[in-house]
Ligand binder design. Structure first.
Ligand code: NAP
Ligand code: G4F
Length: 345
């Protein structure tokens, strides 16, 4: 039985990857940070099928302890401060977690067992102010946030440990991927959660930032398979994982409202633009959700992953939006705890 260690097990991807690896017959170990709150919310349904170990990727000692205890065949590093706006308010913590944390893991692998295969959760945010459309493995990086800059460091240190020490270390350059398990401060889940509340009469209006930013949105469950495939290759390498379609925040909102039977129409311009259903304003702009600098357009070309890994995305944009809206409708109407405070960020 192969053993896999997942950092960031309590996050969106941690859940889907753990579920996928358990399904493949792996013994799965997850690293989680000690918290004053219950850590189980996302991983509840698989908690009895995995082993949890407390540690922090900024704490080198805890990584060494866990590697010695588990001796995994594969390590998937999903842990990061992953919310882009928080990287401006907490730039040093972001650099430590999202950047240097990766070096901690690689160094721990080098010291304990160089045969461990390593996956790094790299990001399309590294392309930032895009130098080419679509973006592929050879597109130059131009990060636009402290988060993006930290991910560029993490990308290069992963590549460097591969070249310097022969470690099987791969970067998955994943474009945005979403699901019903997505954190509620990210735009897709914020939209689907608010739209569900509007439908249930619990909220009048969705407050949003830049309507015209475009993203290549895929489904997280499809994307974790690509992570695993990268570590099954004879040689480590770097791969773009994306759908090859881009949509604006505006289109995501329109589609989410369509799922609940509301066709919204836009009026006005700039900060005064509103989305209306009949006479009722159901979307308005709040500048506090706009960024210091923006990543305007992401669109990935994952033909290398298709050719070399045999990976393709399965879930289409409209299916993803419907899945997320319907899940939020169910969660809210069943009265499952939701955290509105998170959306105020
Ligand atoms: P997420 O839901 O925010 O999960 C992040 C995970 O990292 C959480 O389990 C979090 O723990 C953990 N974590 C944060 N700091 C840590 C630390 N110092 N030590 C140990 N664990 C720590 O993110 P995600 O969407 O699943 O994304 C997974 C990874 O892929 C991240 O590295 C992200 O940057 C990257 N990525 C994501 C996307 C995307 O669209 N989702 C695209 C490209 C790359 P807590 O629960 O305690 O906070
Ligand atoms: O959902 P977002 O916060 O995701 P973002 O910034 O693209 O980052 C996500 O994807 C990256 C991959 O490219 C990951 F590496 C990263 O960890 C994270 O998972 O914002 C998407 C877009 C942005 O352009 C933002 O300005 O939506 C725009 N937006 C408009 N109104 C908003 C809002 N974003 C948020 N979070 N909240 C808003 O109200």
């Amino acid at each position: 039985m192969k053993k896999a260690l997942i950092t960031g097990i309590t996050g969106q991807d941690g859940f889907y990857l753990a579920k996928f690896l358990v399904g493949k017959g792996y013994e799965v170990y997850g690293m989680y940070r000690r918290s004053s709150l219950d850590i189980g919310e996302r991983i509840d349904e698989i908690i009895n099928e995995i082993h949890l170990l407390d540690g922090d990727i900024t704490d080198f000692a805890s990584i060494i302890r866990i590697l010695q205890e588990v001796n995994p065949d594969e390590v998937y590093n999903l842990a990061a401060q992953s919310f882009v706006p928080a990287s401006w308010t907490e730039p040093l913590a972001t650099a430590e977690m999202t950047g240097v944390g990766v070096l901690n893991i690689l160094e721990a692998i080098r010291l304990t067992n160089k045969k461990i295969k390593f996956y790094q959760a790299s990001s399309s945010e590294m392309f930032g102010k895009v130098q080419e459309i679509p973006q592929k493995e050879t597109t130059p990086f131009y990060p636009r946030s402290p988060y993006g800059v930290a991910k560029v460091y993490a990308y290069w240190i992963t590549k460097n440990y591969r070249e310097s020490y022969g470690i099987h270390a791969s970067n998955g350059i994943l474009f945005n991927h979403e699901s019903p398990k997505r954190g509620k401060q990210f735009v897709t889940r914020k939209i689907t959660h608010c739209v569900a509340k509007v439908k249930l009469g619990l909220l009048d209006c969705l407050e949003i930032g830049n309507l015209d930013a475009k993203r290549d949105w895929g489904y997280a469950e499809d994307y974790v398979e690509a992570m695993w495939l990268m570590l099954q290759q004879d040689q480590p390498d770097d791969f773009v994982i994306s759908t090859g379609e881009t949509h604006s925040v505006r289109e995501f909102i329109e589609e989410a409202f369509r799922v609940i039977g509301m066709n919204i129409i836009w009026f006005g311009e700039g900060l005064n633009e509103v989305g209306k259903f009949g006479e009722k304003v159901v979307v308005k702009i709040n500048p506090k959700f706009c960024r210091l600098v923006e990543v305007d357009l992401l669109l990935g070309d994952s033909s290398k992953a298709k050719k070399e890994l045999g990976w393709t995305p399965k879930t289409k944009f409209k299916e993803l939006v419907a899945m997320m809206v319907n899940s939020d409708l169910k969660l809210i109407s069943e009265g499952i705890k939701t955290n509105y405070a998170e959306m105020k960020r």
